[in-house]
Design a protein around this ligand. Sequence first.
Ligand code: GLC
Length: 443
Amino acid sequence: MPSKDKSHHDVEPSVPRPGDRGVNPCPASPEQMQWFRDAKFGLFIHWGPASIAGAEISWGRMDRIEGGQEHQTVPGRVYDELYKQFNPVKFDADAWMALAKAAGCRYVVFITKHHDGFCMWPTEQVRWTDPTKPRHYSIAETPFRRDICREIAQAAHKHGLRLGWYYSTRDWTHPEYLQGDNRVYNAYYEAQVQELLTHYGPVDVMWFDHAFGDWSQFTIENLFKAMYQAHPNLLVNNRAARGLNNIPPGRLHDLVEADWDTPEQQIGHFQTGRAWESCVTMTQCRHDSGGWSYRPGEPTRSFEDCLRLLVSSVTGDGNLLLNVGPTPEGEILPEQVEVLRKMGAWLARYGQSIYGTRGGPFVNGSWGGSTRSGNKIWLHVLEWPGETLTLPALAETVLSARTLDGAAATTVQTPTGLEVSLPTAQRNPLDTVIELTLAPAKE
Ligand code: GLC
């Protein structure tokens, strides 16, 4: 008997074995991507000794070897000594991860090493042998000494959050970075990635941040092979090799594109064929587009703004990775905590129209957008264009329409469009979520 509905649910999920992701292990399979695409909302954390100076992490260092003039406020030798004062006595990984959970985040991405080279875990790799410099340039050489990455990993696991490590391949203080064939630096950073993937239990995401230099100066295939050996279901963003010169064409290009696109400080376009994740700072430095790390005196985005970022990402079929920059003492700013808690309260009420959905079928725009799952479509109306919202025609029949606040909406289906209306009093100025229930698809 022919099967009734050959949906993707009928496809046998491939079960990867450790160290074996098949002949072409990258990108990840749809089954491996599933949790990420369902999760929608992650917390990004940029933190390190730079917070003491209130300077943009890495970029705030003067005399750096890459990038333009922007952000440079701290002389190199001052910046490089900040670690000696890094003592975040109020750091509480459990409280941070409990907050991420309460905010409705399903995963967290933590900065382990940014472009400045400072390591938030006690790496075994040696950076300097010069006795006047810190041998490892890591948390072990600060007054704090605790393994911050371990505490983050344990707390994330405890709170049921997926764990991602941000790791910057670019390294502006390593003496061998991009020297000659880059062999010394390559061995160093690949060993560090292994430490991060093998010392802290399950890791779900490696989040790189571009690479400079020439493809021939790196061993990107080795890197990926070793990463998959450590975690066969690891997902990797599209920045492990992006930025290198002379990237070879063909299969190796998969390692550059990897698993998802990463629009930065902006919402990605409607794109359903491939995963994407917008990373956006909660601190809004309008004048210099920074705000990744602690930037005292700069404003925090409002809850309304952050919610729109989330809704616009999800209706475009992407994720939002919302960033906080904790203080030098180890606290997430109270105003950012407040916004995150409001996000969580909103998601507790409307989350069924977010988590586990896919963007569409309507392309999102200034009016808002839609998500769908099974026989439901949720319209997220951010701006009513007038009395009625007119959307493109839908093949299925709408059986009923009601807001998630409990009001009945009216729909009229014509051959050319779907007209949706709702009395003004029933509209939610933040986001009117209207659930459409569709008749089962005809055989
Ligand atoms: C940019 C910035 C960097 C930040 C990253 C996050 O690449 O240079 O500071 O970590 O965006 O996406």
